[in-house]
Design a binder for this molecule. Structure first.
Ligand SMILES: NC(=O)c1ccc[n+]([C@@H]2O[C@H](COP(=O)([O-])OP(=O)(O)OC[C@H]3O[C@@H](n4cnc5c(N)ncnc54)[C@H](OP(=O)(O)O)[C@@H]3O)[C@@H](O)[C@H]2O)c1
Length: 322
């Protein structure tokens, strides 16, 4: 099969190669998926570039996310799954077989049935962003009727945080830095969109009511804003490390009985992953999740796809193997 691989860390154009390798067979408990679309996330270029290196056995096919059709199953997996359209999460976590190839093999539970009518593009956009958004929203309990602030609502995680929060009954205010991103966040379904670069941001958010939970992409930059708008007993959930670590004002956190939570997809409890896959699929079935603007690259152009994500492309970068 054709596959993109790297066997050392470095810049995309220097270490990514597209080669012919033997197509993998599914082992016990695994399925093989013919890939229609492979989704690229920041974690993929950070792992490849050596910023956050992950263990590598010989070579690595990058990308956790994808969508396609199951064409073979391993021992112990229902053969009735052959022909099923699926979305994939964490394909490359501790495994060689990422989705940047014509086929991948994953544990059967990481290939989740794609509801009828859902595009492969949307399916390949879900894994890292939607699973992370789900965990950020639900790690501290139900969100029905709660007010959620999603920082960076036009980002990949932010987009699904808005849509999942709305689907599960929350009120959502989100922040962006431009008119273009405001449109994306509005289209995603946010009730209120605020430009965080304006000095009025805290007042605008507060006019919407006190915030119960913040889903935070830039804690260092936004801590003062978050503290200005959060309710006593509220939770700030941080999922990104942008290198700008804040000095924590302990008394402000303590006085308001706040919780500061950190999440990293690679360590989510198994039960949380299972619940997230189930509830994301429910939202998909109800038509509550949509695609961001798409930027598609051929497998041969995978280095350009990585560079697009690295440089902060607005929307979703996908690699198409055929
Ligand atoms: N912990 C985990 O498991 C996990 C999972 C997924 C992603 N991540 C990390 O989370 C980060 C975002 O991932 P992504 O895929 O969503 O990236 P993305 O699609 O590029 O979105 C990032 C968004 O953050 C916004 N942003 C940047 N600075 C901001 C600020 N000060 N306030 C509000 N918004 C701000 C950006 O817009 P503007 O620059 O225009 O403001 C952009 O819309 C990456 O660092 C990624 O590695 C971590």
């Amino acid at each position: 099969m054709r596959a993109a691989i790297y066997d050392r860390h470095g810049p995309a154009t220097q270490v990514l190669r597209v080669v012919d390798i033997e197509r993998p067979e599914p082992g016990p408990g695994e399925v093989r998926v013919k890939i229609e679309c492979s989704g690229v996330n920041p974690t993929d270029w950070k792992a490849r570039g050596g910023v956050t290196p992950r263990p590598m056995g010989g070579f690595q096919i990058p990308h956790h996310d994808g969508a396609g059709v199951i064409d073979a199953v391993g021992e112990g997996v229902d053969p009735g799954r052959i022909g099923q359209r699926v979305w994939i999460y964490l394909a490359a976590a501790g495994r060689q077989w990422g989705t940047a190839a014509e086929w991948t093999v994953v544990p059967a539970n990481q290939a989740v049935p794609l509801p009828d009518g859902v595009s492969a593009e949307l399916g390949a956009s879900l894994g890292v962003p939607a699973m992370t958004a789900h965990r950020c929203l639900f790690a501290d309990g139900p969100i029905d009727g709660r007010t959620i602030l999603v920082a960076g609502g036009a980002g990949a995680v932010g987009h699904f945080a808005i849509q999942l929060a709305k689907f599960f009954g929350a009120r959502v205010v989100t922040t962006v830095s431009s008119q273009e991103k405001a449109e994306l966040a509005k289209n995603a379904g946010a009730d209120l969109v605020v430009n965080y670069r304006e000095s009025s941001a805290a007042d605008e958010i507060s006019s919407f009511g006190r915030v119960d939970r913040v889903i935070e992409v830039a804690l260092g930059a936004n801590l003062q804003l978050d503290l200005a708008v959060i309710s006593p007993g509220g939770v700030i959930v941080t999922y990104a490390a942008d290198g700008n670590d804040p000095m924590l004002p302990v008394r402000a956190f303590m006085s308001a009985n706040l919780v500061l939570r950190f999440v990293l997809l690679y360590g989510f409890p198994t039960e949380a992953l299972k619940q997230a896959a189930k509830e994301i699929t429910a939202a998909l079935t109800a038509g509550a999740l949509t695609e961001l603007p798409l930027h598609k690259f051929s497998l041969e152009d995978i280095a350009a796809a990585h560079e697009a994500v690295e440089h902060g492309a607005v929307g979703k970068v996908l690699v198409v193997p055929n």
